[in-house]
Design a protein around this ligand. Structure first.
Ligand code: ZN
Length: 233
C-alpha cells in the first residue's frame, strides 16, 4: 500500500536553493566505481536547515532542546493540510475559520508549493506565518506546524519573531515542504529528521497518507484481499 503515501519532501542535490546566509549544498563522489574504486561513496556538505527539515527549539533559544530530543509523535500521526489563500502572509483572520484544536499537527499549503520549488533561486517574497498568526497558533496549542518554504517566518518581516514565538511555546516546526500534490484535508504524517546530537535543525523525509473516507474504503479492500489470500500463504 506504499502507493497511498505522498512524498512531501524536496529532493536534495548540489546547487539547490538554500537560505541566503546558510551553507550551499554540495554532494560529491569521493570514491567512484567508474574511477576504479571498490564502491561509490559520497560526501554531503549541507546546512542543518537544508530543503525539507525540522527546527529544534535550540535554533532560536540558547538553552532549547536539540532535535535529537524531538518526541517522535510530534512529527508522526494525524495531521491537517490547510490551504492558505493569502498571497503574502498567514494571518489569524484566515486561520480562525479552521477551528484549530489543541495538539493538532497543521501543515500550511500556500502558493509557495506551486511557485517556489521549481528553480534553484531563493524566492524572497515567499508566504510566511506572520507574528500575529504565530501567537494565534500558540493560543490554540497546536503541536506541530509545517510550512511549504524554507522558513516559518518571513525574509524581511517576522523572521526571528515568528520562530521565537512558536519555538518558545514548544511547537515543533517542519519547513521546506512541497505540498503541491496535496489537497487540503486529513492525513497521516510521518516526518523523520536525522538524529543529529544537539542539532538546531536537521533534514527530514516527510510523507503523507490520506485519512478518512478514502482510508476506510481501502481498508475494506484490504480486508477482502486478506480473505482471498489466506489459502495461498
Ligand atoms: Zn526555521
Amino acid at each position: 500500500m506504499t502507493a497511498d503515501w505522498i512524498d512531501i519532501s524536496v529532493p536534495i542535490y548540489s546547487g539547490m536553493v538554500h537560505w541566503p546566509d546558510n551553507p550551499a549544498v554540495r554532494i560529491e563522489r569521493i570514491q567512484d566505481l567508474s574511477r576504479g574504486d571498490a564502491a561509490n561513496v559520497s560526501r554531503l556538505e549541507l546546512g542543518a536547515h537544508t530543503g525539507t527539515h525540522m527546527d529544534a527549539p535550540r535554533h532560536f533559544l540558547a538553552d532549547g532542546a536539540g532535535l535529537d530530543e524531538l518526541p517522535l509523535d510530534a512529527a508522526i500521526g494525524p495531521a491537517r493540510v490547510i490551504r492558505i489563500a493569502h498571497p503574502q502572509v498567514i494571518l489569524p483572520e484566515e486561520l480562525e475559520a479552521h477551528r484549530l484544536r489543541a495538539g493538532e499537527r497543521v501543515l500550511f499549503r500556500t502558493r509557495n508549493s506551486g511557485r517556489c520549488w521549481g528553480n534553484d533561486r531563493f524566492v524572497e517574497d515567499f508566504v510566511y506565518i506572520g507574528a500575529a498568526a504565530a501567537r494565534f497558533l500558540v493560543q490554540r496549542q497546536v503541536r506541530t506546524v509545517g510550512i511549504d518554504y524554507l522558513s516559518v517566518g518571513g525574509d524581511v518581516h517576522d523572521g526571528v519573531e515568528t520562530h521565537q514565538i512558536l519555538l518558545g511555546a514548544g511547537i515543533w516546526l517542519i519547513e521546506g515542504l512541497n505540498l503541491d500534490a496535496v489537497e487540503p484535508g486529513a492525513y497521516e504524517l510521518v516526518c523523520l529528521p536525522l538524529r543529529v546530537v544537539g542539532a538546531d535543525g536537521a533534514p527530514a523525509r516527510a510523507i503523507l497518507r490520506p485519512r478518512g473516507r478514502r482510508e476506510s474504503r481501502q481498508s475494506k479492500v484490504r480486508g477482502r484481499e486478506g480473505q482471498h489470500g489466506k489459502g495461498r500463504r
